[in-house]
Design a protein around this ligand. Structure first.
Ligand SMILES: [Zn+2]
Length: 169
C-alpha cells in the first residue's frame, strides 16, 4: 500500500491538498507558527523538510502522519480516501500495469547489481592471484625484474583498472 500511494501521488499534491501554500518549493510551515518560510519540498526527492522544526526530511506519508497525528498505515488510508485512489480494494487495470512495471524495473536493477558484484569479486580474485605472483617475484634492488614479474605486474594493473571501473569500492 505504501508503495502504491507513493507512486500515485506527489509530495506537492499532498501538501497543497492539506492547505500548505507553496510558493515554488517554499511555504510557511504548517507545524509551527512562523513569518518566514522555512518549510520546503523537493520534487526530485519527493520529500518535505522544515528547517525550523528541524525534523528529518519526510515523505508524503510522514507528512500526513504528522499533520493528522496518524500511524503511517492510517495516513495511507486517509490519502487513499481523500484522493479517491481506490487502493486496498480492487486495483484498476492501470494501477495493476503500473505495479507490474515497477516490479519489473526493480528486479532488473537487482539482477544488474548482482551481476556487477559477481564481476567485481571475480576481478578481485584474479587481481589477488597476480598480486601474489608479483610479491613472490619482486625484483631485489639493482636486479632486473624477471619476465614472470613483468607479466604478472601488467595483469595486476589491468585487473586493478577493471575493479576501479566497476565502481563498487
Ligand atoms: Zn516547522
Amino acid at each position: 500500500m505504501f508503495g502504491h500511494i507513493k507512486s500515485e501521488l506527489s509530495i506537492r499534491q499532498v501538501v497543497e491538498r492539506y492547505g500548505v501554500k507553496l510558493n515554488h518549493n517554499k511555504a510557511l510551515c504548517p507545524f509551527h507558527q512562523e513569518k518566514n518560510k522555512s518549510f520546503s519540498i523537493s520534487d526530485r526527492k519527493q520529500l518535505y523538510k522544515c528547517h525550523t522544526c528541524n525534523d528529518k526530511a519526510g515523505d508524503l506519508i510522514s507528512f500526513v502522519s504528522k499533520m493528522f497525528a496518524l500511524k503511517p498505515i492510517d495516513a495511507c488510508k486517509k490519502l487513499n480516501e481523500d484522493f479517491s485512489l481506490g487502493l486496498g480494494g480492487k486495483l484498476t487495470r492501470e494501477q495493476k500495469i503500473k505495479t507490474a512495471r515497477r516490479k519489473a524495473i526493480m528486479s532488473k536493477r537487482k539482477l544488474e547489481d548482482e551481476a556487477k558484484k559477481e564481476k567485481y569479486f571475480n576481478a578481485y580474485s584474479v587481481f589477488g592471484e597476480y598480486d601474489k605472483i608479483c610479491i613472490n617475484n619482486k625484483p631485489k634492488r639493482y636486479e632486473e625484474p624477471n619476465n614472470l614479474w613483468i607479466f604478472a605486474n601488467g595483469q595486476r594493473e589491468y585487473w586493478w583498472d577493471k575493479i576501479m571501473s566497476l565502481e563498487l569500492i
